[in-house]
Design a protein around this ligand. Sequence first.
Ligand code: NAD
Ligand code: WQD
Length: 339
Amino acid sequence: MKILLTGGAGYIGSHTAVELIKAGHSVVIIDNLINSSEDVIKNIKRITGTEISFYKLDLRDDFSCVFSGHVFDACIHFAGLKAVGESVSLPLRYYNNNLISTLNLIKTLENHNCKNIIFSSSATVYGTPAEIPITEQCPKGTCTNPYGWTKWVIEQILTDLHVSDPSWNIVILRYFNPVGAHQSGLIGESPKGIPNNLMPYITQVASGRLEKLHIFGNDYETPDGTGIRDYIHVVDLAKGHVAALKALKKSSENQTSDDNGLLSVYNLGTGRGYSVLEMVNTFEKVNGLKVPYVIEGRRAGDIGICYSDPSKARRELNWKAEYGLEEMCRDSWNWEKNK
Ligand code: NAD
Ligand code: WQD
């Protein structure tokens, strides 16, 4: 299939491009490079040995020129701004970028008769989860930041779109905590400035770029008091998209009328939670490095425990995460030291 990847030069998009190509698909990438660089495109080519069509465009602008050279079977929509803290200080920038790009994308896809889309959502839509492990039936909650609300609202927009026109095939993927990098060390996560997320903070402490890790709270109701999350290797996450695409294809091929397209939501996680201290200890053990840390107060908006029940994706997409925490720590460090 020919797949349009928005935000395909970013962290998750680039790993997904590699896995899609490995699975025999061809990809076309649109990215405005606001949080990535053209080197990523070169490195996807190096890993896969395949030429990639890349368009440096902003999804909020008219990008219909891309369709003059390609007919797409489906679109995977990764593009968006994602820094939680920044979204609190610059909410309008987040609403503008994430919502306008999505609305413009849907319209443009519709104009070109491509009604198959996979959307990058987040576990953040569950807010403070009503149940652990979190299933897809768990009600969406109250988000604590504008970034989270953009995901929440886009899910609603896609749901309303499907009600109004059920010929759309829509898969919403709720990612838990992606970490790690491609084993080649050629692509990975490159946060700008001081990282917000745990794993890139750990790797930058290990490399000496940052002095020590600040652990946000050790008074949660968890075995060691630190927060528990469902970390998932980005390559496993990327393979989840390949599996979702298969389901989308099957549905669109079996579609007999204009009203039986697919609308499905899947958690993409491992189903296993690890605490901050388990992350630090495993990283130190696997890589033979020290990660100095201090315990501080809780971070505003954080919850104690968050991990998925990924069984729906296993059952319906025949996908499950394969990598463990040791590989996540090894590949995160391999990327950091090659940068
Ligand atoms: P990323 O920032 O690495 O990738 C996003 C890409 O989108 C970037 O390359 C950026 O340049 C591009 N982009 C942003 N706005 C654009 C626009 N208007 N037009 C064209 N390109 C634009 O982020 P990521 O970690 O790869 O995340 C991909 C998607 O997954 C995002 O939608 C993010 O919200 C979602 N997500 C990420 C995580 C995570 O922890 N990384 C977790 C859950 C959901
Ligand atoms: C993980 C754990 C922290 C940094 C965020 C977004 C979410 C999603 C994924 C996009 C927590 C602790 C962290 C540090 C620490 N992104 N921590 N010191 O908060 O689960 O999720 O990224 O959709 O929307 O909110 O991930 O990596 O920031 O934190 O102690 O310097 O590590 O308190 O327990 P989080 P995280």
